[in-house]
Design a binder for this molecule. Structure first.
Ligand code: SAM
Ligand code: SF4
Length: 338
């Protein structure tokens, strides 16, 4: 059930059937990427043909509809958002939308040396940068094609530009990078950055490893960290799925994203839109709405689009049921928009 009609003002609040306030949109601007992380993609990927992906104008129009409906935080993601041509202009257009409180991006950092400053100037407040290893050959192995030095250079460029906040994200896999948890936390803390450790989710069929063999729970990562860090639960929330801990005498926070071991769906406040214009109501379910089809019908008005979005919010599922033994969701994270 949604609380308000699309025409209502001053600000619409989208409330789903489980009384959750939906005000956060993860917007995928491409399914393409300059890396091939083993847990995210198969080695051979087929990307969407150009005509199937939304143009920048179409993305902007839909973003505006969402903001009018009460979305106050947008995270641009992908695939790798920085490989999309025109990304800086899109950031500028979205950042200027009345009612938007926060525009953020998740990136693998490889192109930040070139883009950090333009992104900051375009209105990106906060950045999430993914980095799963600080070891050169392991980084290459995990990403299949990545160059660690370039990723590190990207992180330093972002630090130099001075975003409101930068958070590193690391997916932890048993036997692959679980021995680097302390090193990654040290790296973040020494630069006053936040870091979140993420449990791997069974999204998409991969051939590099059996996901049920590489699971590492957030609790076990926290145990490892507590040997070196004094972790105190943080009362602050960034509106995302991370559960944060603060450290004495440090601005850094250490977070855990635990979709497998600690279902956080009761506090879900978000929906996702793929670059094909598919509104995904839940990361772990197939419930969706084809906005591209509507958008490409010339007669459709913004109010029709908003009414359709509101209707879809009324069908948002209660929770996901991830099982690392079974890939129920065949979409890769790079397609969904992480
Ligand atoms: N390319 C950008 C990046 O890597 O930051 C943005 C897109 S990526 C899909 C967003 C986030 O999803 C990254 O932090 C990545 O590590 C994470 N991710 C990808 N596949 C995942 C999976 N199967 N389980 C958990 N996290 C995953
Ligand atoms: Fe690309 Fe990000 Fe997926 Fe890695 S996690 S393959 S960088 S989309």
């Amino acid at each position: 059930m949604t609380s308000l009609s699309p025409m209502k003002s001053p600000r619409t609040r989208m409330i789903d059937p489980f009384d959750r306030h939906i005000h956060y949109l993860r917007l995928s601007v491409t399914d393409r990427c300059n890396l091939r992380c083993t847990y995210c993609m198969a080695e051979e990927m087929e990307f969407l043909p150009r005509e199937e992906i939304l143009s920048l104008e179409e993305i902007e129009r839909l973003a505006r509809c969402f903001v009018d409906l009460g979305i106050d935080k947008i995270r641009l993601t992908g695939g790798e958002p920085l490989v999309r041509k025109g990304i800086v202009q899109l950031c500028e257009a979205i950042a200027g939308m009345a009612g938007l409180r926060e525009l953020t991006m998740t990136t693998n950092g490889l192109l930040l040396d070139q883009y950090a400053e333009p992104l900051r100037n375009a209105g990106i407040n906060r950045l999430n940068i993914s980095i799963d290893s600080l070891d050169k050959s392991r980084f290459k192995q995990l990403t299949r094609v990545g160059n660690l030095a370039q990723a590190l250079q990207g992180i330093e460029a972002a630090v130099d530009v001075g975003f409101d906040r930068i958070k590193l994200n690391a997916v932890v896999l048993k036997g692959v990078n679980d021995d680097e948890v302390l090193k990654l936390a040290d790296f973040a803390v020494s630069r006053n950055l936040d870091i979140s450790f993420i449990e791997e989710m069974p999204l998409g069929h991969i051939d590099s490893h059996a996901r049920n063999q590489t699971q590492v729970s957030s609790n076990s990562i926290r145990q490892q960290l507590s040997d070196q860090f004094q972790l105190t639960v943080s009362t602050e929330s960034t509106g995302g799925p991370s559960r944060y801990f603060v450290l004495p005498n440090s601005q850094s926070r250490i977070g855990f994203i635990s979709p497998m071991s600690d279902n956080f769906c009761t506090s879900c406040n978000r929906v996702r839109m793929t670059v094909e214009g598919q509104l995904l109501l839940c990361l772990g379910n197939e419930h969706s709405l084809d906005l591209r089809g509507m958008l490409r019908n010339n007669k459709i008005s913004d109010n029709d689009l908003k009414a359709a979005i509101l209707g879809a919010i009324g069908r948002k599922p209660e929770r996901h049921y991830f099982d690392s033994n079974d890939t129920q969701i065949v979409r890769f994270m790079s397609h969904t928009g992480g």
